[in-house]
Structures are given as structure tokens and as C-alpha cells.
Design a protein around this ligand. Structure first.
Ligand code: SF4
Length: 339
């Protein structure tokens, strides 16, 4: 996007959150207002997903007179994405989600998050994240649990919320493990439990699992904000409210909170550099190799931009990137943007 003479150009900040299931991006103006939003599936290809969200963001930003001057990245592929976009800041999910949520709910004390394949809890006191826990191993406390049970019942997961709220008596489902839950669910359906009661039971199971797993030992105080893809499910929101005895708020941008937070961090970092959406046309490649320079056996990952090393990580000392680049016959590292 360019600007023409006489056009008033305002600054904008891009935040990109690349997870294993979904890739999210927002562009904010300097006041933190959202100019553009994008949410797409990662589909195992983070580079392509980043290019696709950039296309959607560019379309929405175009014509607003705003130009991206700083970029922040977060999520499991934050370093790769940071290297590709020349990001000013690369932040972990906890910081990004906390900053994003606090910008909308300044008094929040507990942040619940349930995504497709992971879940986390962030404890905030006086506007500062003080504790957190993550679950990346157990599917029973994540969105994939609901999706797999939805397939079994034959009700689309998007309709789970409405069904759950119609239930008068939620079925008790053994939800500690997806395998047990599945056989319990089949059994309960066979003995005549209504589908809305089973779905309400599944919502209770995911909440029970979450609170006994990531929420274990945490002091859960209101105000509570619930985010991540599963927060769009009113049945799970209701189950959280019943389990905690508190109102549970869901922000309309809750599924974008990581990208929103890291865009704010990029804005506040003060670092600025011209950003071009033309990065979408560049060919990127990642290669991984063991360094082999010492018994540490670091697994070094390099990001190549048109055959040149753009950045890398996994090396515990500077020799790692040099060694792997040399072995692969690519030119030495020229840029290191991702921390
Ligand atoms: S990167 Fe450094 S610490 Fe790691 S294996 Fe290579 S030489 Fe050893």
C-alpha cells in the first residue's frame, strides 16, 4: 500500500498470532482501535497462513490512509513469523493475551482461554499477569474434545451452545479423558438421555477438566474474561459461570486477543520501520538440522528468504547458525530480528 502526495497518512500497527490450528492478525491505529481483522486456519502451513491473513488485512487497511509502521508476532510460530515479517517485537502468548485483554478489560483478574488444541489460564492482579498455566498435552480440556464428540453425536459444534442452554438436566459425562468420554457418551445416549442433556454434560465436562487441570491450585477471582475459539460456545460459558459462581465475560474480539495484544506491544515498543505487504510475494523456506558442534546437540532451524538465511533459532551459541548455514551451502545470517 502506498500513499500519494497530499494524503494524510496515519500510523498503524500489525499483530500476528500463528498457532497450530488458527492464524490471526489485526491492524490497530495509534489509539488501539481495530482497523482490520483476520482469522484463518493454519492448516499445517504457517507461512502460507501468514500470507493469507496479510492479504485480508491489506484489503481492510487499504483506503484508510493508514500505513503499518511496526509489527509484533506471537503464538507457537512467532519466531518464524517474526523473521518473515521483520517484526519489531516477538512475544509469548501469555504476555500477548494479557496485554490484549487488559486493553479491553482493565480490571480483569482471571483470563480463561480454550483454543482448538491447547488451553491456558492467566492470573492477573492489579493489571499485571502474576501466574499462568498451559495445557498442550491433554485434548480433554480443549476445543478438539468438543469437535470430536460433536462428530459422534451428529450435531455441529457451532450449535452446541443452543442445545446446551435448552437442557434441564445435564448428563454427567466422564470427561477426564476423550476415550472415556466417548464411550460414556455412547452409553448415555443408548440409555435414553436427551441430546441437549448430553451436550450440556459435555460442556460441563470440558469446564470441569479445565478447572481441574490448568486451573488447579489457581485463585480464580472475578472479573473473569473467557477467550479462544471455544469462548464462542455459550454452553461452555454457561458451564463456567455455574462452576465458578461468577459472571464470565466474552469479548467480541476474544479469538483475536493474542494478535491484538502483540500489536499493542509493538506500538508501545517505539521501534518503527516501513512495512510492505509485498512480503506476501517473497518465497520463504525453513530448514532444520542438528548443529553437531558440541554435546549440546542443538537442533537449529533456519529461515531462508530466496536462498539466503534470514534468521534462525534453536542454537545455544552463535556458532550453531554459522555451522548449519555453512553445511547447507547458504549464505551467512544477515538479519536477526526474532528474539
Ligand atoms: S549451537 Fe553451540 S551449543 Fe549448540 S550444539 Fe552447536 S556449538 Fe554446541
Amino acid at each position: 500500500m502506498g500513499s500519494w502526495k497530499g494524503e494524510r497518512v496515519s500510523k498503524a500497527y500489525l499483530g500476528v498470532d500463528v498457532g497450530s490450528i488458527s492464524t490471526k492478525a489485526v491492524a490497530l491505529d495509534s489509539g488501539g482501535e481495530v482497523l482490520a481483522r483476520s482469522y484463518l486456519w493454519t492448516e499445517g502451513n504457517p507461512v502460507r497462513a501468514v500470507k493469507n491473513v496479510l492479504a485480508e488485512v491489506e484489503e481492510q487497511v487499504d483506503g484508510t490512509g493508514a500505513e503499518i509502521v511496526a509489527v509484533g508476532t506471537t503464538g507457537s510460530a512467532r519466531q518464524l513469523t517474526g523473521a518473515i515479517l521483520g517484526a519489531q517485537v516477538v512475544k509469548n502468548e501469555i504476555t500477548s493475551h494479557a496485554v490484549g485483554t487488559l486493553s479491553r478489560h482493565s480490571d480483569v483478574q482471571t483470563i480463561f482461554e480454550i483454543g482448538g488444541q491447547d488451553s491456558k489460564i492467566i492470573i492477573v492482579r492489579d493489571g499485571v499477569p502474576v501466574d499462568y498455566a498451559m495445557n498442550t498435552l491433554c485434548a480433554a480440556g480443549t476445543g478438539s474434545f468438543l469437535s470430536s464428540q460433536a462428530r459422534r453425536i451428529g450435531v455441529p459444534v457451532e450449535e452446541f451452545g443452543e442445545y446446551a442452554l435448552r437442557s434441564k438436566r445435564a448428563t454427567k459425562i466422564a470427561g477426564r479423558c476423550t476415550v472415556f468420554a466417548e464411550s460414556d457418551l455412547v452409553h448415555k445416549a443408548q440409555i435414553g438421555h436427551a441430546v441437549e442433556d448430553i451436550i450440556a454434560g459435555l460442556c460441563n465436562a470440558i469446564v470441569g477438566n479445565y478447572l481441574n487441570n490448568v486451573g488447579k491450585g489457581k485463585e480464580i477471582l472475578a472479573p473473569i474474561v473467557f477467550q479462544g475459539g471455544v469462548s464462542k460456545n455459550v454452553g461452555v460459558v454457561h458451564a463456567f459461570e455455574q462452576a465458578t459462581g461468577h459472571e464470565v465475560m466474552v469479548d467480541e474480539d476474544g479469538h483475536l486477543m493474542g494478535s491484538l495484544g502483540v500489536a499493542l506491544v509493538a506500538r508501545d515498543s517505539g521501534g518503527e520501520a516501513p512495512f510492505s505487504f509485498a512480503v506476501r510475494d517473497v518465497a520463504f523456506e525453513t530448514v532444520g538440522e542438528e548443529c553437531g558442534g558440541c554435546p549440546n546437540e542443538c537442533e537449529v532451524v533456519l529461515v531462508l528468504r530466496e536462498g539466503e538465511v534470514l534468521d534462525g533459532w534453536g542454537n545455544r551459541c552463535p556458532r550453531g547458525m554459522e555451522r548449519v548455514a555453512e553445511r547447507l551451502g547458504v549464505s551467512k545470517v544477515t538479519v536477526t530480528s526474532a528474539g
